[in-house]
Design a protein around this ligand. Structure first.
Ligand code: URA
Length: 239
């Protein structure tokens, strides 16, 4: 069997994101054939080697890679588990997907609806969430009233938040009730869209993500989920 770098083996086995796995290797939490792994690229032969992550054997011949698109409803958290017992994106998946070790790609706030991807592939997660790949994310926003011309320009140029200036954004007026604006950003800071509008004293009454890169939510209803085709996954990765 061809040899693969340790970090790829771990992400393909659904152990977590590339970043998380790099950290686990650095911290000495990964063993290969009984020895603590010293390098991310340690070559692994899936037919012969034994890899242990946090004391658990890693399945070196994992399931097929899958990616789901969910239209996340409100009151559902974008995490694998929740200490407050709230429903998670995994809880609301149909049973047929529950045997795959899926996890959400990035997060939506509990009160945001729309396009949430879930996958068992760490590389895909890394590509879609790392700022260096700059995926566009488009949101529909409902605010009371409308933006003044200068406010729209400020949002488009970049606005100062507690964690620094935002990158340029695209804003369009829409009439897709109840939404009255669409905003496209490249970053993924915590509650970023809400904070951008709140900075201008416009509270966001509803927020829905409708696109990531070339992938649109389309007419998927809230709470519904569908599996991406190989073609859609390839298109997503290509920009
Ligand atoms: N920006 C927000 O404010 N919330 C989200 O859920 C996503 C982007």
């Amino acid at each position: 069997m061809p040899l693969k770098p340790l970090i790829k083996i771990l992400t393909e086995a659904g152990m977590g994101s590339r970043r998380r796995m790099a950290e686990a290797i650095k911290q000495g939490n990964v063993k290969v054939n009984g020895e603590i792994a010293a390098s991310f690229n340690h070559p692994i032969d899936p037919a012969k080697d034994r890899v242990i992550f946090n004391g658990q054997a890693v399945n070196l011949k994992p399931d097929k890679i899958i990616c789901l698109m969910l239209n996340k409803p409100e009151d559902v958290v974008s995490t694998v588990s929740d200490e407050k017992g709230r429903r998670t994106v995994l809880d609301i998946l149909p049973d047929k997907y529950k045997r795959h070790r899926l996890y959400p790609v990035g997060r939506l706030d509990i009160d945001t609806t729309g396009l949430q991807l879930l996958t068992n592939d760490g590389d895909l997660t890394y590509r879609l969430t790392h700022p260096r790949f700059e995926y566009e994310k488009e949101y529909l926003v409902h605010i009371k009233g409308s933006l003044k011309k200068e406010e729209k320009q400020q949002l488009e140029r970049g606005i100062l938040l507690e964690d620094g200036m935002t990158h340029p954004a695209k804003i369009q007026e829409v009439s897709l009730s109840p939404f009255n604006y669409s905003i496209t950003i490249h970053e993924g800071r915590k509650r970023q869209v809400r904070r951008m509008f709140e900075r201008l004293r416009h509270s966001v009454l509803a927020l829905r993500r409708v696109r990531i890169g070339k992938l649109s939510l389309g007419d998927l209803k809230e709470g519904e989920v569908r599996q991406l085709s190989d073609k859609e996954m390839a298109a997503l990765l290509n920009g």
